[in-house]
Design a binder for this molecule. Structure first.
Ligand code: MG
Ligand code: MG
Length: 257
């Protein structure tokens, strides 16, 4: 069942997603060689609680932490640990919060210091895939239009789309219907309506699309061990264009300074 949101509910979702954006902004200040992913997780948990939110991933299906932090060939769902970031890594940080009973969900992949040109391109293309997907989140379009826009751009650049992991509706639950795959055909799938709130989250691999779960039971990693990138926004489907509820502005303010 798809829960359509009222404008009041969308404003509450905006507040939750803004807190996610601020948290990612805090984290961006600490993305440096030598920091452990568990330190980043603690910074995020303290910040979310200080702003009156609750970590949204903590306890979801038994997930033990606040952030999903996935390095290089890790695709998503990495568990924070004593592992430290190194110069040249890329790191996907996925953050969720609950506030006023509504979830926020957004992810950003950071470069740690200087990264290779090839991996820079992977980040740029994945980021652009997100923008193209959001461009299709308009009433009257279909879920397949979003997936098609993402898949076409990723594949035109020689990258591949992970099919096992998908975007989703967001509301009083972190994962609601419908699923939003990062692949698809134009004009196919569930019709988008005003009041739908969805997380669009392209997950793009530099190499082959295959992924597998690591022995920790959570972390998904590429089979060919090449890097993957992940960017995510939560958006409300709009009439003329989507209303983007999460934000990268706090990350960008920090990275440009
Ligand atoms: Mg997420
Ligand atoms: Mg999500």
């Amino acid at each position: 069942m798809i829960f359509l949101k009222t404008q009041e509910e969308i404003e509450l979702l905006r507040e939750s997603n803004r807190l996610v954006g601020k948290t990612l902004g805090e984290i961006s200040k600490h993305i440096l060689p030598g920091v452990s992913t568990l330190e980043l997780d603690e910074i995020a948990e303290d910040f979310i609680r200080s702003e009156g939110g609750i970590p949204g991933f903590l306890g979801q299906g038994g997930f033990p932490n606040t952030l999903c932090i996935s390095i290089n060939d890790e695709v998503v769902h990495g568990i924070p640990s004593s592992r430290c970031l190194k110069e040249g890594d890329i790191v996907s940080v996925d953050c969720g919060v609950v506030k006023n009973g509504f979830y926020g969900d957004s992810a950003y992949t950071f470069a740690v210091g200087e990264i290779s040109e090839e991996v820079k391109k992977l980040l740029q293309v994945t980021r652009h895939c997100l923008a193209l997907g959001i461009g299709q989140a308009v009433a009257g379009k279909r879920v397949g239009d979003i997936g098609h826009a993402i898949q076409s751009h990723a594949e035109a650049n020689g990258f591949s789309v992970v099919k096992e992991l998908v975007g989703h509706g967001v509301g009083r639950s972190l994962h609601e219907e419908p699923q939003i795959p990062n692949y698809g055909r134009e004009g196919q799938g569930c019709k988008l309506k005003t009041g739908m709130v969805i997380a669009i989250e392209p997950i793009i691999n530099l190499g082959e699309r295959g992924v597998s779960r690591k022995t920790d039971g959570w972390t998904m990693a590429t089979r060919d061990q090449l890097p993957a990138a992940h960017f995510e926004h939560t958006v409300a489907v709009g009439k003329g264009e989507a209303d983007i509820l999460s934000t990268f502005e706090f990350i960008e303010d920090n990275l440009l300074n």
